[in-house]
Design a protein around this ligand. Structure first.
Ligand code: ZN
Length: 138
């Protein structure tokens, strides 16, 4: 069995952002040389997500609106967590959007359904954060 591990770093220019990381994950898979196995991608921070969905700007706008309705960023003092921090909304948003994805690796490729793409979801950005890629197989 081959085991591959890599960290991918981000430093977004805004507090919230969705980034399509499918090309980077595909590069990791090619680098690993693995043809059959599983690829795990997880955010290593509790205010960021990794999720799979459509790369469609209207949908990303809808996600932003929906998440702001569920867990509005402001006012900051509506959250007990916001004493020394102001990121309670980011923790809640991350929980809804998920920590990780697992994608099957078949014949040396990420075995996606139609339109599936992997995204990094940042909810408390403008600082260095990372994603872990772990691929196992043969
Ligand atoms: Zn916090």
């Amino acid at each position: 069995m081959i085991s591959y591990r890599k960290e991918i770093w981000f430093n977004t220019s805004s507090r919230r952002k969705f980034i399509n990381i499918t090309p980077e994950i595909d590069r990791c898979l090619q680098e690993s040389g693995i043809r059959e196995g599983l690829c795990l991608v997880n955010a290593m921070h509790i205010t960021a997500s990794v999720f799979i969905n459509d790369d469609e700007s209207g949908l990303h706008h809808d996600f932003e609106k929906w998440l702001e309705k569920l867990a509005p960023e402001k006012p900051y003092d509506q959250y007990q967590h916001n004493g020394f921090e102001d990121n309670a909304d980011a923790h809640l948003k991350r929980t809804i959007m998920g920590r990780e994805v697992v994608v099957a690796v078949s014949d040396g490729k990420l075995d996606f359904g139609p339109w599936e793409q992997i995204f990094y979801g940042e909810f408390d950005g403008m600082r260095k954060k990372r994603v872990l890629v772990k691929i196992i197989g043969e």
